[in-house]
Design a binder for this molecule. Structure first.
Ligand code: CP
Length: 305
């Protein structure tokens, strides 16, 4: 394995194939090491301090970064946005300078604002590394990495695989980071969505509004939740469910069902399918998130000057 150096992880675009392969190799090593217990983990970042700063709600990302830090011997501090001095008017940059002075080395940041990390880095003196845990509708790089890790474990490689991403593509940072990553590795990505969730500005993919047609040859069906928190217009929900729900009637048993979570049962995916064997991959994704986030943290914090 060729070693790779990361200062921050903001978006998939900044990683080349070798960087991604390096993260995946290290995640595989951590998965193996954890089978022998947490004391078996070879961490390069033990003793570092990380702040989890979530300005948007999260279950999987926040908890798996916490678990990843505990597994690596990194101390993680959950920043309570509602109880912080940001509510008294302190800006994010000043908050971060102070967290650095207190001893924070890395920040896992989720925020509604696209590009918040780049904007902050432009005028930050603190030597803090950032991991983007989702910024608005733009990027969620560790989700794409864990999705890729899950696919690699199932298929070995995604080259030539037909990956269909279904639903609210427009408002999904998960879709955008996945498209960027999967096309780097030669996957055929199709976005399947009704017209109100299509965005032809997203390059490198095919577009379709025909779910049955897309699912016919799909190796992976990745369902997306409707991102209601980013939508003002009214969605015709009954029509959406009828035409775009993935369920036991339209999913080929050979197709790998994936969902980044949180799932809205019986909307984008049926409960029956989610509770069947096909739904197990969704929990596999959550589990794999820990190994992948360990790798990202170890490369970033372990290489910090
Ligand atoms: N997939 C994902 O980002 O889930 P959370 O919002 O629960 O972190």
């Amino acid at each position: 394995m060729v070693g790779c150096k990361l200062k921050n992880l903001i978006e998939i675009e900044s990683l080349n194939r070798e960087d991604i392969e390096c993260i995946i190799d290290l995640a595989l090593q951590f998965e193996q090491q954890l089978k022998g217990g947490v004391d078996n983990v070879k961490s390069k970042c033990k003793g570092k301090n990380v702040a989890n700063m979530f300005f948007e709600n999260s279950t999987r990302t926040r908890f798996s970064f916490e678990m990843a830090c505990h597994n690596l011997g990194v101390r993680i501090f959950n920043f309570d946005t509602e109880k912080s001095s940001i509510t008294k008017g302190e800006n994010l940059s000043d908050t971060l300078e102070n967290l650095w002075a207190i001893g924070i080395n890395g920040v896992v940041l989720r925020h509604t604002k696209v590009g918040i990390i780049e904007d902050t880095l432009n005028h930050l003196k603190a030597n803090i590394s950032f991991i983007n845990a989702g910024d608005g509708n733009r990027a969620h790089p560790t989700q794409a990495l864990l999705d890729y890790y899950t696919m690699v474990k199932h298929f070995g490689s995604v080259e030539g695989k037909n990956i269909v991403i279904i639903g609210d593509i427009t408002h999904s940072r998960v879709a955008k980071s996945n498209i960027e990553l999967l096309t780097k590795f030669g996957a055929n990505v199709t976005c399947c969505a009704p017209s109100y969730f299509q965005d032809f500005g997203i390059a490198k993919v095919k577009w379709s509004d025909n779910l049955d047609g897309c699912l016919k040859d799909a190796d992976v069906a990745m369902c997306l939740r409707i991102q209601n928190e980013r939508i003002t217009e009214k969605i015709p929900l009954d029509d959406y469910i009828k035409n775009y729900q993935v369920n036991e009637n339209n999913l080929n048993p050979k197709t790998l069902l994936m969902h980044p979570g949180p799932a809205n049962r019986d909307i984008e995916v049926s409960s029956k399918l989610l509770d069947s064997e096909a739904g197990l991959t969704v929990l596999e994704q959550a589990k794999n998130g820990v190994f992948v986030r360990m790798a990202v943290l170890d490369l970033i914090l372990g290489g910090q000057k």
